[in-house]
Design a protein around this ligand. Sequence first.
Ligand code: PGA
Length: 255
Amino acid sequence: MIRKKIIAGNWKMNKTTTETKTLVLAIKDKLGKFDQVEVVICPPFTALQTAQEALGSHSDVALGAQNLHQAAGGAYTGEISAAMLRDLFCRYVILGHSERRQYFAESDALVNEKARVALKSNLRPIICVGETLAEREAGHMATVVTAQTKGSCAGFSKEDWNNVVIAYEPVWAIGTGKTATPAQAQEVHALIRKTIKQITGKPIADKLRIQYGGSVKPDNARELLNQPDIDGALVGGASLDAESFVAIIKNSVAT
Ligand code: PGA
């Protein structure tokens, strides 16, 4: 089964509109025509329009957001709806990132609710799962990742699954410079695919793209992305620099 790789840049709470324009133009310039991999950038809400304008209408780079609110609209001060993101040409939305789970108390049930809203609104969710260091050291990695995967992905239809991406991001590897070894990451990716296979059957599980995230850099991308069940990367820090982001994209293609 050939799954097209997907590399997404999670900019987190970084980049003003001016900085966004500079970064997007540099990514486009360095990337050139390159359609072997699907590329997504996820700037903060405030820079989505600037990013879209800098990408231009025929760009191969897709736009994503970092979160949404599950309600269609109304009295939710400070929140952003799926329709607002579609209006700004977003195609993807990151959901359930460990920072949202940790600092904003997002549960699997809430992530699942948001994912269903995204799918109904023609936004493709990138659903993040991953264990903490304490959970891994206590031998609970498999239980935690399986429960998060099942809880966050409950009740999707067959059609929904065509538009879902899962990102495995071990919390201990995010922004720490500590990457999971390719073997460690592959083990968890295979576990996630097995979990999805039990829920949906083999054809859907075989098609599902599972990204790895956590200190992905140009020099470790190739080995990670050569693993059979690693279908892309969700890149934080290294996506804030055009040269390193584009190097990761180019290194993700099997050689
Ligand atoms: P990092 O972040 O690449 O800076 O570790 C990844 C993420 O949090 O998505």
